[in-house]
Design a protein around this ligand. Structure first.
Ligand SMILES: [Zn+2]
Length: 301
């Protein structure tokens, strides 16, 4: 049995959005990605001798469009696949109307280009996974854990036998061959206290490998988590101070982007662009600003 990283080639670029293929008696995908990149997913499966028709299970870390938008389109073709999701995410898979309305406000006319056609998932195919729940994929056994921080409906999947932790966006964004871990903090659910607890949970699983949707497999799990904790605090402190300064929004966003640019200063322009595509700085600012506005009493210090 293997775990393969498939590159969805988002907007034609490498290393932005990954899907993980878990081979075995009942093949499974973790986060099938956008509907717009289904041809790349199918090509990636073919490289490993598989087709979408072989897939029996789809495990969703969360329902953000870059992770889950293809689910309905896949189920329309292969209606027997079982889809695993957090209970807070399930209603939006079954009826994506509200999710699409809020995404349209964020992405406007770019919706179809970015994410493709987002179809509802038949309710009888949706399995709600509780905290600590077990998922049987034939010869594989996966445990699921509530993992709020990036999103309220985020799950982390862990396979004890291989030490594989599918962390979605909870340990940020990191590109292959780099050590740098970038925060991914879009609106509306960012919760820094919950996030620290989720990082504790992941660290305590003592994973051999972290599988990040953005992007790939990393074997230095504890170092990665420690760096992520630190950088998440640094970015959130930058946003907190920006809000407290009373500067206008554009200035504050520019200040966060400056901080990110300084952190990425040894990289090429195209490498910096990839980080921005995988986790846009202005969205990270908006998510952290929303968090701090809810905790307004801390803004004056
Ligand atoms: Zn996300």
């Amino acid at each position: 049995m293997h775990i393969h990283t498939i590159d969805n080639m988002h907007l034609g670029r490498q290393h932005v959005i990954a899907t993980f293929l878990l081979t075995g008696t009942e093949p499974a995908l973790v986060d099938p990605g956008p509907a717009s990149t289904l041809p790349a997913l199918e090509a990636g499966l073919a490289m490993h001798g598989h087709t979408l028709g072989d897939i029996r299970h789809i495990l969703l870390t969360h329902i953000h469009l870059d992770h889950a938008a293809a689910t309905g389109a896949i189920l329309a073709r292969y209606p027997n696949i079982r889809v695993y999701v957090h209970e807070r995410g399930a209603p939006h898979l079954i009826d994506p109307k509200r999710l699409l309305n809020s995404a349209r406000q964020l992405y406007g006319a770019l919706m179809a280009t970015l994410w493709g056609d987002i179809l509802p998932v038949p309710p009888q195919q949706v399995a709600i996974v509780p905290h600590g729940g077990a998922i049987d994929l034939g010869a594989r056994h996966i445990s699921a854990y509530d993992a709020p921080g990036h999103a309220k409906h985020h799950l982390v999947y862990f396979e004890a036998a291989s030490g594989a932790a599918f962390v979605g966006d909870n340990t940020g964004v990191r590109l292959p061959s780099f050590d740098y871990v970038r925060p991914a903090t879009p609106p509306p659910d960012i919760d820094l206290e919950q996030w620290q607890k989720t990082l504790d949970l992941i660290a305590n699983l003592n994973p051999q490998t972290l599988y990040l949707t953005h992007f790939g497999a990393y074997h230095d799990a504890q170092r990665h988590i420690a760096e992520y904790r630190e950088r998440l605090l640094r970015w959130s402190e930058q946003v907190r101070q920006g809000l407290a300064s009373g500067a206008d929004e554009a200035t504050q966003i520019a200040q966060l982007r400056d901080l990110a640019e300084r952190e990425l200063s040894t990289m090429s322009a195209s490498e910096r662009d990839l980080h921005q595509q995988a986790s846009p700085g202005e969205q990270s600012w908006a998510g952290l600003a929303r968090y701090w506005r809810k905790h307004g009493d801390t803004l004056t210090s």
